[in-house]
Structures are given as structure tokens and as C-alpha cells.
Ligand binder design. Structure first.
Ligand code: IPM
Ligand code: MG
Length: 379
């Protein structure tokens, strides 16, 4: 037992020092990149696992059409990144193999399909690794249900909380396990700033800070305190504290849910609440997600690789809507808002108004390819 305690104490010291270095580096973080005048923009395209390559292929076709001029002139390049598959990751014993990471770092933005994370073992989620390696601290997830007046946007902290050291907990075999949750001053300040800046720029008046600060007193306590410090610079925005449990209830309470506008959350609560929100919109297959940092940005579906769908032989019927919404967010990020709007308008027409080709996710619906053919017609 003494040996375990000693080893754990040593590990803890190492983690603490590492995290302090990370916090220090963030304090000197650069401002976000502006693509407006960029001469050359490289969009990395990563298929991933399971239904990933199926839906990413469709999103690529849409980008090829929307960006045809820019691709022809060479201003934009679509670069296929191979090797972020479960087989290759397992073979290399790396969540993101080094050559793949180097290729990704050679791009400006990424369109990424879902990747499978093996349960147990020590292989970290490729998503978590990429978010950390590329310092993609803001996970931005919009959810709308126009007929109900729901227009939500979630700012989920994306690099710390339970995720920072999720694969590096402590175990005393047969006795106990312990994981760590990390919240830093600089890490909280930058995500809070992003959420309030968005609210201000988009005329939003309500911002919900969602934590469990009554229980996670240190980490969520700090998150709440810093969020309010940042809020002081935005007096026109009403910043309200909510606990995650009641907020999950609020989202299914149609009497109150449409009053919420912007949500600011630590990592794990953001993960959970955004799946719930996406389900309210029509399913996790319908929501896009942006992972933003100062240097890089990654756009993806909010769902996973759907191994059960592949096993059932229904991969071709996967809904490409989520990755297509992510592609629209990507276009807006690289300063092409008209193209983003064009894609979003076509998606609204195909999914809400006309609905001539409907994807259900199963054999009774259209394939991802058939839906995308329909969307391309309407673009
Ligand atoms: C998400 C996903 C990821 C997460 C998984 C795939 C690691 O659920 O992007 O929400 O937990 O963040
Ligand atoms: Mg999730």
C-alpha cells in the first residue's frame, strides 16, 4: 500500500507541474486568426472511423461545389489526411499517430469525421488529443428549433475539466480509483471571453453559466467566479448561474427553454448538455460542432462513429446533416459567410421545408449520398 501511495504522490506532483506549465503558456496565448485576407487556406479532410468516411465524403462534395472557384484558383486547398483510423491508431499505439498529427498541423482548418475511442485500455480519444494538441479551447455548438423559438448556442470549454487528465488517473488495484478535474484561470477566462464576445456581437441578452459549483467547489467554483469577472465587462448581458442538473430539466421544459440563448459550460457538462440539446433539435445527427483555437480550428459532427449502425449494415443511411452543418461553420470561420448562409439555407429547405429526400438513419430512409445529391441540386 505504501508503495502505491508513494507512486501516486509522485504522479500527482508531475501532473500538477505539467498543468501549471500549460496554464502559464495559455496566459501568453495569441489572438484568434483572421482569414479575411488569407492568400492560401488549407482545409484538411479527415474521414475517421465508422460512419465518418461516409458522411465526410458527402460534405467534401458540397465543399467542392461551394468552393469551386477558390479551389480552381488555388486560394483554397482540400487536403485529404489519411491514417486517423482506429486500426492505424491501435497499430501505432497512439491516439493520433505522429505523422498524422504533423499532416494536420500543416493545415489551417479541419473537417473531421468521428473517431472511435476504445473503452478501457490506455489509448486516449483522438478527439481529446487533437483538441489538446491544437489547443482548440472553445467548442461551439448551435442548436435551433425555429418553430419553438429555440435558438441556443453552447460554449463548452474544450481542453480542461475532466478531459485534461482523463487517461491519467490513479488506481490502487482492487481498492480505489481516482480521476482528476482541472480548471485553470486562463483556461476559464478565454472560454468565458469567447462566449460573452459572441453574445455581444450577436445581440444576445441572456447567458447561462452552467456548473455544479455547489459540489465541485474548487473547480466549478473558480469557473463561476471567473465567468462573472468577465461578465463585468458586458453589463448589457444578463449572466445567470445554473446548476447542470436543473439545466438538463430546463431543456425539456417547453415553458422555459426558449428564453435561454448562450450557454457557458465546463467540458463534461458541455459534452452531456449538447447531446441533449441536439436531441431536442431532431437528433445528434443534426448538430454541427466547431472546435476553435487561436491558430487552428476543427469542425465535426457532435456524434460518434456509430459502430452499431455499421454492424447493422446501415452505414450508408447515416445522416450527413451534422457534418454538413459543421462544414457551414467552417465556411463562416474562414471568412466566407455568404457561402455558409447558402449551405444553411439549402439545408433548411431540404430538411425542414421541402423534405423531398428524408434521411432517417436507417434503411427506411434515404442514403447520405441521395440526400446530398438533393442538397447539391438546391445549392
Ligand atoms: C463530443 C464527443 C467527444 C467528447 C468524444 C468522442 C471524446 O462526445 O465531441 O462531444 O466527449 O468530447
Ligand atoms: Mg459528446
Amino acid at each position: 500500500m505504501e508503495e502505491y501511495i508513494k507512486a501516486a504522490a509522485e504522479q500527482f506532483e508531475k501532473l500538477l507541474r505539467e498543468q501549471l506549465v500549460r496554464q502559464e503558456a495559455m496566459e501568453h496565448g495569441a489572438a484568434a486568426r483572421d482569414f479575411a485576407g488569407a492568400e492560401h487556406i488549407v482545409i484538411g479532410v479527415v474521414g475517421g472511423d465508422g460512419i465518418g468516411p461516409i458522411i465526410v465524403r458527402e460534405a467534401r462534395r458540397v465543399l467542392e461545389k461551394l468552393l469551386s472557384e477558390e479551389l480552381a484558383s488555388g486560394r483554397v486547398e482540400l487536403r485529404e489526411i489519411e491514417g486517423l483510423t482506429l486500426e492505424n491508431r491501435l497499430a501505432c499505439g497512439k491516439a493520433v499517430p505522429e505523422d498524422v498529427l504533423a499532416a494536420i498541423k500543416g493545415c489551417d482548418v479541419l473537417l473531421k469525421g468521428p473517431t472511435t475511442t476504445p473503452k478501457g485500455g490506455t489509448l486516449e480519444s483522438a478527439n481529446v488529443t487533437l483538441r489538446r494538441e491544437l489547443d482548440l479551447y472553445a467548442n461551439v455548438r448551435p442548436v435551433t428549433v425555429p418553430e419553438e423559438g429555440i435558438d441556443w448556442i453552447f460554449f463548452r470549454e474544450n481542453t480542461e475539466g475532466e478531459y485534461a487528465l482523463g487517461s491519467r488517473g490513479i488506481e490502487v488495484p482492487g481498492k480505489l480509483t481516482m480521476d482528476f478535474k482541472v480548471t485553470t484561470d486562463a483556461g476559464t477566462r478565454r472560454i468565458a471571453r469567447a462566449a460573452f464576445e459572441y453574445a455581444r456581437a450577436n445581440g444576445k441578452k441572456n447567458l447561462a453559466i452552467v456548473t455544479k459549483a455547489n459540489i465541485m467547489k474548487k473547480t466549478d467554483g473558480m469557473f463561476t467566479r471567473i465567468a462573472h469577472e468577465v461578465a463585468a465587462d458586458y453589463p448589457e448581458i444578463e449572466a445567470e448561474d445554473w446548476y447542470i442538473d436543473i439545466m438538463t430539466a430546463n431543456l425539456v421544459n417547453s415553458a422555459v427553454r426558449s428564453k435561454f440563448q448562450v450557454f457557458l459550460l465546463p467540458n463534461l457538462y458541455g459534452d452531456i448538455l449538447t447531446d441533449e440539446a441536439a436531441q431536442i433539435q431532431g437528433g445528434v445527427g443534426t448538430a454541427g460542432s466547431a472546435n476553435l483555437g487561436a491558430r487552428y480550428a476543427m469542425f465535426e459532427a457532435i456524434h460518434g462513429s456509430a459502430p452499431r449502425k455499421i454492424e447493422a449494415g446501415e452505414g450508408a443511411y447515416a445522416n450527413p446533416a451534422s457534418i454538413l452543418k459543421a462544414a457551414a461553420m467552417l465556411l463562416r470561420h474562414i471568412a466566407m459567410p455568404e457561402k455558409a448562409e447558402q449551405l444553411e439555407a439549402a439545408l433548411r429547405l431540404c430538411m425542414e421545408e421541402e423534405r423531398r429526400v428524408v434521411v432517417t438513419g436507417h434503411r427506411d430512409g434515404a442514403t447520405a449520398q441521395a440526400f446530398t445529391d438533393y442538397l447539391l441540386e438546391k445549392l
